[in-house]
Design a protein around this ligand. Structure first.
Ligand SMILES: [Zn+2]
Ligand SMILES: [Zn+2]
Length: 342
């Protein structure tokens, strides 16, 4: 689901850039307000983040029910609830990509509900938040602070919480040299988590965008550079936020022996070419991040509130959804694109 990756299009062969996003891929239509089913709440949507996964859905690389209302970084107010869960009425809540899991498969039982064989995704299997109203299951909503503007909270639900899962899987230790590849929505949030939870880490940010490198410096990077640049020391841990395969190869080249690479990307648009001796030998590890668990979302929201993490957003009106998608695809947005709905 990462999505929020900065797009390294200049270097990528054209044929790998995916199908062109149609001029206006999302139709705006009037439909009835959805009705609340068992254990569900009705949410009046205040804001919804636009994620690179939404482009993958629209362009057919991620299979969803059709037609679908996309959007899985939802912030809104509960205005109706099923019987027995009235305590949530009037609260501000968030809804993330994880829309429902079975609770009984092997993965759910092992605490890996993100890998549930019946995983249902918001804005894909269920209608999402590019809308004035949406429904969600009570066990899959998270209470959010009312003191912050809803637009600023939207990136927490995917860029932040999936990035937080990548951070957890990375198992960063104090004093580690950590490389972040790509500096989009997810990375700019996660750098702040790393900075606060592990003050003695050295953070290296690799990005093609001068503005992104500037922002990385301001948010606490110790070193910033182009993806082709070599820092003086090798990295213990790398997190790749980009949608291209070349970054995997590059990050592994820069890893120290025993190092770990976490790939926080749902799709790679270009192949990954690895040489065992050069990239994997000496106990280098590679792991991808798939989806997110409710625990990831809850823990990340807790850190957000505790540390006052900044989110950089680019606000669009709901009617401008197609522009937001085109801008995201062309890497023209400054910060996470967010639809301001109410
Ligand atoms: Zn399951
Ligand atoms: Zn997403």
């Amino acid at each position: 689901m990462n999505e929020n990756a900065e797009i390294f299009v200049e270097g990528a062969p054209r044929r790998y850039q995916g199908l062109p996003i149609k001029e206006n891929p999302v139709d705006i239509v009037d439909i009835p307000i959805p009705t609340v089913k068992r254990s569900q709440v009705l949410i009046e949507v205040e804001a919804c983040g636009v994620c690179y996964t939404d482009i993958d859905i629209i362009e057919g690389r991620v299979k969803c029910k059709l037609p679908v209302i996309p959007g899985h970084q939802i912030v809104g107010k509960v205005i109706e609830s099923d019987k027995g869960i009235e305590h949530i009425m009037g609260k501000r809540v968030g809804v993330a990509w994880i829309g429902q899991t079975c609770g009984s498969c092997e993965y759910c039982k092992r605490g890996l509900e993100n890998l549930c064989t019946s995983f249902k995704a918001t804005g894909c299997d269920f209608d999402g938040g590019y809308a004035e109203y949406t429904t969600a299951f009570i066990d899959y909503v998270y209470e959010l602070p009312k003191s912050v503007e809803p637009e600023k909270l939207a990136p927490l639900l995917c860029a932040g919480s999936v990035g937080y899962r990548a951070y957890r899987l990375a198992e960063i230790f104090d004093g580690a040299r950590v490389g972040l590849f790509g500096f989009g929505s997810s990375a700019h949030i996660i750098i702040q988590v790393i900075r606060r939870l592990h003050p003695s880490t050295e953070i290296y940010v690799f990005s093609r965008g001068a503005e992104h490198r500037e922002l990385a410096k301001r948010l606490g990077a110790d070193w910033v550079g182009q993806p082709s640049e070599n820092p003086q020391k090798r990295l213990h841990i790398a997190i790749d936020f980009t949608p291209v395969g070349e970054t995997v190869t590059r990050a592994l080249e820069l890893l120290d022996r025993g190092g770990r690479l976490i790939i926080n990307t749902i799709r790679k648009q270009t192949p990954i070419l690895l040489d065992y001796a050069k990239h994997l030998w000496e106990e280098r590890e590679v792991k991808s991040v798939a989806n997110v668990t409710r625990e990831d979302v809850k823990e990340f929201i807790k850190y957000y509130a505790r540390y006052g993490i900044e989110t950089h957003i680019h606000i669009y009106k709901l009617e401008e959804v197609n522009k937001a998608l085109r801008d995201l695809k062309a890497a023209r947005t400054r910060g996470t694109p967010v639809l301001k709905i109410k």
